[in-house]
Design a binder for this molecule. Structure first.
Ligand SMILES: N[C@@H](CCC(=O)N[C@@H](CS)C(=O)NCC(=O)O)C(=O)O
Length: 232
């Protein structure tokens, strides 16, 4: 394993929590450059100015002078490549590894995509169109409900095999990437109305109890309070 020299650019109340959580699980040291959100719920400009990547989004990770990575999924894959030589969070068997990759990409590309569509509609709908919001939200919920059906059935299947995680018997990067997406969807009630996902709720509760997760929360000051704003 090469020697890590990792900095994580961390905006409070954000999906960036996945990165310190994963680093804590791997026991890899890191430095946080963090900032709370502004009153308007966005990243303060002084914080954005420090992020050494074009999108100026959180998370961004640097490792030494040569590596700068943005996008949670890419950061996770980089850290697994570099610092998970023992396959603690990424199974070595190809079929299982592909399942982990599926969840790593679905976390942003499917779950967050569908959930954020609803949140953006809530924020951006013009005053004169507000009466249409409930119907719009109901229509857009179909995507989220379908996504939640997927994770619920995957967890049920794992449970039937005596497993507590999304892929197999131990925690993987799938749980870490999906943990935030599900916490976000449940906390903000994005498309969840009328549904019931007991396995997913129980799995999330287990994830949030992990000591590595709690350490990451303590160090970063992360909180996703249900009344708080979350603007991307
Ligand atoms: N798909 C990207 C999304 C990154 C993103 O939108 N980050 C948000 C925080 S959750 C951000 O930096 N927002 C601050 C802003 O633009 O003001 C990822 O997974 O990293």
């Amino acid at each position: 394993m090469s020697t890590p020299n990792i900095t994580v650019y961390f905006l409070g109340a954000s999906r960036a929590i996945r990165i310190p959580w994963l680093l804590e699980e791997l026991n890899v040291p890191y430095t946080l450059v963090s900032s709370p959100r502004s009153k308007a719920g966005v990243a303060p400009q002084e914080f954005k100015d420090k992020i050494p990547a074009p999108l100026k989004k959180s998370p961004t990770l640097t490792d030494g002078d040569d590596v700068t990575v943005q996008e949670s999924g890419a950061i996770v894959q980089y850290l697994l490549d570099m610092y998970d030589k023992d396959h603690k969070l990424l199974p070595s068997a190809v079929a299982e590894r592909c399942k982990v990759y599926e969840w790593v990409h679905a976390a942003e590309g499917t779950f967050m995509l569908h959930a954020l569509a609803i949140l953006y509609a809530r924020w951006k709908i013009p005053e004169g169109a507000k009466e249409y919001l409930p119907e719009m939200e109901k229509n857009m919920s179909a995507n989220v409900q379908n996504d939640l059906k997927w994770i619920e059935s995957a967890l049920k299947e794992q449970k039937e095999r005596g497993n507590e995680f999304l892929v197999g018997k131990t925690l993987t990067a799938a749980d870490i990437m999906m943990g935030f997406s599900i916490e976000f969807i449940f906390t903000r009630k994005l498309g969840t109305q009328g549904g019931n996902w007991p396995e997913t709720e129980a799995w999330l509760a287990r994830m949030l109890e992990r000591s590595a997760y709690k350490k990451a929360v303590e160090k970063s000051g992360y909180t996703l309070d249900s009344k708080g704003e979350f603007r991307t």
